[in-house]
Design a protein around this ligand. Structure first.
Ligand code: ADP
Ligand code: MG
Length: 724
């Protein structure tokens, strides 16, 4: 029984061992491992595919033309990608080696398991043999036991016989035997099963081995494939690298070429740069020195300018000095000329015979001229020819312009600051007004003089500033009236300037500033209107009054500030016809007396001036008093003696010419002046008529100029003999 027990135990342990082996070799573990490998394989494949796709992508990527840094960028990108791929490959390799290791491990384990299985099988076989030997032993024992059965029966019988106790033990033994037998049968069955199981296990092992081999081959293949892939990848990578390298080289070459070009450029530019730098430095130096230079230049220029200004100034001063000297000289020359020519000139103008002269013997022409000498006039007075020599004689053919030509120089001297007087003297109707005023179509001296003044002043406008003013006045019965004033009837007084200059002025005398011919016309018109409204018989009135047009020319030299004032007095005198004491009464006589007085005074003043007497009786009449400034000093006087040519006026003509000649031929020599010149009293003037009517005055008149001209220095005038 102990042996059975032992067997039993052995069997149990065997069964346990078998089950352990079974679990160890269990299909589930291997299957799991296989699945794991398959999954791993699948993953590797996917990885490979991904790699391929990437490679494809890389290949498909068009090689962009290399342009500068873009290529290098791409190259670096490629390199990055490559290194990434290499990394991945390395990773894959690691994974593969890991897998390989795992496979190796598994294979090792499998081998170990196989070894153990072998061991187990061997042990099992041993055990089986031992068990079978035991079984055989047991059989033999059983057989031997059977062979010994009668004794047993006997024994039993004996036992039965002998004791019931033994009988029970026997039955127990028998039962136990039965049980053991059952157990053995069961054990046999179990063994059988186990054998079967072992068989199947063997089969499974074979199967697994085949599978492992398959897996291994597959793994090998996969490995090969992977190696191939890796190879191709490596090749691709190398190719890509080479390509990139080649491209980079090409680029590099281009860059190098560029660089070489740039270098050569740089080399050529360097000298230019050097010269530029030099230039720049030079310029910089110049610029730095420029302000100094400029300052110096400015200083020198300033000095030069200053010098030039000084020079100009001194030049100007010199010029001014010269100019003043010239002016002085001119004035001196003029004075000399005037002295030589006589500052008082007398001309005669004969008016033509007019309708008003009537017809018959009274209206016949009694005046003739010398064709060779324009200063001679012949008069046939009561059948006797009388000749006079004056400064100039204008025949009846002489135009207004001709006459003006003669006085023009006088008028322009006004601009230079000289005072001028032009008198028209003569009997009423002899043409005084015609000569002075003229007609609107043919204006006389007045208007022409103003026109001339305007044009002359305009010519000198660049250096001088002139103002021309006009006053108009008349003297009637020794009363002075303003013809341009608002109240022409008002009598004006002549006063001495309060400044102590000794100059005279007329307070309240209107002065009009004129700038154009239109202004003059307006002034004349205004004067006329005043005169017309005041007197009913203008013709008569005008013949008994002196009409004065006073033109003042004031100038300022713009450069020197020099001031000049010239006065031009144009006087239309009252008629010079003498009125006999017996033929005149009342107002007419008074008028005649006033006229005679003033004309005598004029004669006296002129005579006194020409003979340079110490005393000039200006105050003897309003006219001379008013004209005092314009008659004395450097002033010039022109007397136009108007002559009627007709027979009936010869007496007055003779008288006028005598007056003219007397005025003109006043001796200038300092020794003789007083003796030769007597004073012309108004009484004398009045009473002249009777004297003139005799032939003696004619001779006297003749003798006077004769003695005058001979004693006058520089005179070249012919001594004329009466033609008769
Ligand atoms: P007065 O003023 O001396 O009294 P006017 O000047 O009035 O004399 O002259 C008298 C007349 O003679 C006027 O009709 C005038 O036109 C005319 N007359 C004077 N002189 C000339 C002349 N030179 N040519 C033409 N007519 C003249
Ligand atoms: Mg008149």
């Amino acid at each position: 029984t102990r042996g059975v027990e032992h067997l039993k135990e052995k069997l149990i342990s065997q069964a346990q061992e078998v089950s352990r082996l079974r679990s160890e070799l269990g299909g589930t573990d291997l299957e799991k491992h296989r699945d794991l490998l398959m999954v791993e394989n699948e993953r590797l494949r996917q990885e490979m595919r991904r790699c391929e796709a990437e490679l494809q992508e890389l290949r498909a990527k068009p090689a962009a033309p290399c342009t500068g840094c873009e290529h290098s960028q791409e190259s670096t990108q490629l390199r990055d990608r490559l290194s990434q791929l290499q990394l991945e490959v390395a990773e894959n390799k690691g994974l593969l080696s890991e897998l390989n290791l795992e496979v190796q491990q598994k294979t090792d384990r499998l081998a170990e398991v196989e070894l153990r299985l072998k061991d187990c099988l061997a042990e099992k076989a041993q055990e089986e043999e031992r068990l079978s030997r035991r079984l055989r032993d047991s059989h033999e024992t059983i057989a031997s036991l059977r062979a010994q059965s009668p004794p047993i029966k006997y024994v039993i019988k004996t036992v039965e016989v002998e004791s019931s106790k033994t009988k029970q033990a026997l039955s127990e033994s028998q039962a136990r035997n039965q049980h053991l037998q059952e157990q053995v049968a069961m054990q046999r069955q179990v063994l059988k099963e186990m054998e079967q199981q072992l068989q199947s296990s063997h089969q499974l092992t074979a199967q697994l081995r085949a599978q492992i081999a398959m897996y291994e081959s597959e793994l090998e293949r996969a490995h090969g494939q992977m190696l191939e892939e890796m190879q191709s990848l490596e090749e691709d990578k190398n190719r890509a690298i080479e390509e990139a390298f080649a491209r980079a080289q090409v680029e590099m070459k281009a860059v190098h070429e560029n660089l070489a070009g740039v270098r050569t450029n740089l080399l050529t530019l360097q000298p230019a740069l050097r010269t530029l730098t030099n230039d720049y430095n030079g310029l910089k130096r110049q610029v730095r020195g420029f302000p100094l230079l400029l300052q110096e230049a400015l200083k020198s220029v300033k000095a030069e300018i200053g010098q030039a200004i000084e020079e100009v100034n001194s030049n100007n001063q010199e010029l001014l000095r010269k100019y003043r000297r010239e002016l002085q000289l001119r004035k001196k020359c003029h004075n000399e000329l005037v002295r030589l020519k006589g500052n008082i000139r007398v001309i005669a103008r004969v008016r033509p015979v007019t309708k008003e002269d009537g017809e018959g013997p009274e209206a016949t022409n009694a005046v003739t001229f010398d064709p060779d000498d324009d200063s001679i006039i012949h008069l046939l007075h009561k059948g006797k020819p009388v000749s006079f020599e004056l400064d100039k004689v204008f025949s009846s053919q002489a135009s207004q312009q001709d006459v003006f030509q003669e006085v023009q120089a006088l008028i322009t001297s006004c601009i230079d600051g000289f005072n001028v007087c032009i008198f028209a003297y003569g009997q009423t109707g002899a043409g005084k007004t015609y000569t002075m005023e003229g007609t609107p179509e043919n204006p006389g001296i007045n208007q022409r003089a103003l026109r001339l003044l305007f044009s002359e002043v305009q010519e000198k406008a660049s250096d001088w500033e002139y103002t021309i003013t006009v006053s108009a006045a008349e003297i009637y019965n020794e009363a002075l009236r303003d013809l341009l004033g608002q109240e022409p009837q008002e009598k004006l007084e002549i006063r001495l300037c309060p400044d102590g200059s000794g100059q005279l002025y007329v307070p309240g005398l209107t002065e009009f500033q004129v700038q154009s011919v239109e202004d003059i016309n307006k002034v004349f018109e205004f004067g006329h209107t005043n005169r017309t409204t005041e007197f009913t018989n203008l013709n008569e009135h005008s013949s008994r009054s002196h009409a004065l047009l006073i033109v003042t020319v004031r100038g300022v030299d713009c450069s020197t500030g020099l001031r000049t004032t010239g006065k031009l007095n144009l006087v239309d005198l009252a008629g010079s016809e003498r009125v006999g004491k017996s033929g005149a009464e009342g107002s007419r006589l008074r008028e005649a007396q006033h006229i005679n007085k003033s004309l005598s005074a004029l004669g006296d003043v002129i005579a006194a001036l020409r003979s340079r007497q110490g005393h000039v009786p200006f105050r003897n009449s309003k006219l001379t008093y008013l004209l005092q400034d314009s008659l004395s000093g450097d002033s010039k006087t022109l007397m136009v003696v108007q002559v009627s040519p007709v027979e009936k006026n010869t007496s007055e003509t003779l008288y006028s010419l005598k007056f003219a000649e007397r005025v003109r031929s006043v001796e200038l020599g300092p020794g003789s002046r007083r003796t030769e010149l007597g004073s012309w009293s108004s009484q004398e003037h009045l009473e002249w008529e009777s004297a003139c009517q005799t032939p003696q005055p004619s001779a006297r008149a003749h003798s006077a100029p004769g003695s005058g001209t001979t004693s006058r220095p520089g005179s070249i005038r012919r001594k004329l003999q009466p033609s008769a």
